[in-house]
Write a protein that binds this ligand. Structure first.
Ligand code: F6P
Length: 368
């Protein structure tokens, strides 16, 4: 009898809600649907670098309980340490890509399903091309910036969390006559801010894709007051630039850049220019944790099943995507070629302006 196919699954990059639902779907489809064996690799590609490889065989009893509903990833993840320029303890960088390829061979894998954002998927693809690995990608990221998919796993939950935060800020803003500023994640994309701002009733939405001015924002807040409302809600994407072009964040010790702090700066500017009292809330990783929203479980489950189907068909170097109400697949290279950012001419920007939400100037030069 022929040996069962062996497929690996890993989660790579920043975690988000819905990853466990995707791992579960991969295991179900592979084991029940095709009789494959499934190996969960720990901490993304790092598990394949270890000796022996850090992985566990996944069996369906692992998924009997609460895993579908759980945030995080049972496999662990890693968003540091590019294997092609891996930072070593002595301060040097080393190309460790061959160790990962060796790990794939050591596990005897016939295929690998990588659940990641555009950065992680690009690294996985490079590894696959170098080592001849059979790779299928599943898009996940709260930022929702993976191109060619309407939804990446984790985005819906993050928007729900941010919308709920605005729901909670509104009564306290009204009680104290304040302008509440909510800073949300999203890296270089303003999708979370835009969607949550619309659904959570924000008066202003500031995003990295659309330039804004302090005069415009102040005018909006003063208008709200003049019209008899004593409070306002402002949502700011972490990478939104200040009017002078500054991006707020910090250089990390590993050389990378972490966004954070723009909300505080905007809040101070509002106080100064309008005289209104303002407070800031930074949602941070709260947007990534917690139970996945049902729609994220749904996307994750569909992606997991479709990804295993691609493996069974021998169709590799593909990315499963959600498009036009269906799970489809595209060349992985197309999914990672460009980052999907807010379209200043798109429906949601049009919706926001139609609701008289201040978003800056979508037509301004420099808007992407
Ligand atoms: O890409 C997901 C994300 O949560 C971004 O929205 C955010 O800028 C970043 O990751 C935070 O990364 P870390 O968990 O390393 O602080």
């Amino acid at each position: 009898m022929a040996e069962a196919k062996r497929i690996g699954v890993l989660t790579s990059g920043g975690d988000c809600a819905g990853l466990n639902a995707a791992i579960r779907a991969v295991a179900y489809r592979a084991i029940e649907g095709y009789g494959f064996r499934v190996f969960g690799i720990h901490h993304g590609t790092h598990g394949l670098m270890e000796t022996p490889v850090a992985a566990e065989e996944l069996t369906l009893d692992r998924f009997d309980g609460n895993i579908l509903r759980m945030g995080g990833t049972i496999l662990g993840s890693m968003n540091r340490g590019d294997p092609f320029a891996y930072p070593m303890p002595d301060g040097t960088v080393k190309d460790r890509s061959d160790e990962i390829i060796d790990g794939y061979r050591e596990l005897g894998l016939d295929a690998l399903i990588g659940i990641g954002g555009d950065g992680s998927l690009a690294i996985l693809r490079r590894l696959a091309l170098q080592g001849g690995l059979n790779l299928v990608g599943i898009p996940k990221t709260i930022d929702n910036d993976v191109d060619k998919t309407e939804n990446a796993i984790g985005y819906v939950t993050a928007v729900d969390v941010a919308s709920e935060a605005l729901d909670r800020l509104q009564p306290t803003a009204a009680s104290h006559d304040r302008v509440m500023v909510l800073e949300v994640m999203g890296r270089n994309a303003g999708h979370i801010a835009l969607s949550a701002g619309i659904s959570g009733g924000a008066d202003a939405i500031l995003m990295p894709e659309i330039p804004w001015t302090m005069e415009g924002l102040s005018e909006k807040i003063l208008d709200v007051r003049q019209n008899g409302r004593n409070f306002a809600l402002v949502i700011v994407a972490e990478a939104a630039q200040l009017p002078d072009g500054e991006t707020v964040g910090r250089r990390r010790s590993d050389g990378g850049f972490s966004f954070g702090g723009v909300g505080q700066r905007v809040s101070e500017m509002i106080e100064k220019s309008t005289g209104a009292e303002s407070r800031v809330t930074v949602l941070g990783h709260v947007q990534r944790g917690g139970a996945p929203a049902p729609r994220d479980r749904l996307f994750a489950s569909a992606f997991g099943v479709c990804a295993v189907d691609l493996v069974a068909q021998g169709r590799f170097d593909r990315l499963v995507v959600w498009s036009n109400r269906e799970c489809r697949d595209v060349p992985l290279a197309d999914g990672i070629a460009t980052s999907h950012r807010v379209d200043p001419q798109g429906t949601l920007v049009h919706t926001a302006t139609g609701l008289d939400i201040y978003i800056g100037d979508p037509g301004a030069s420099g808007a992407v």
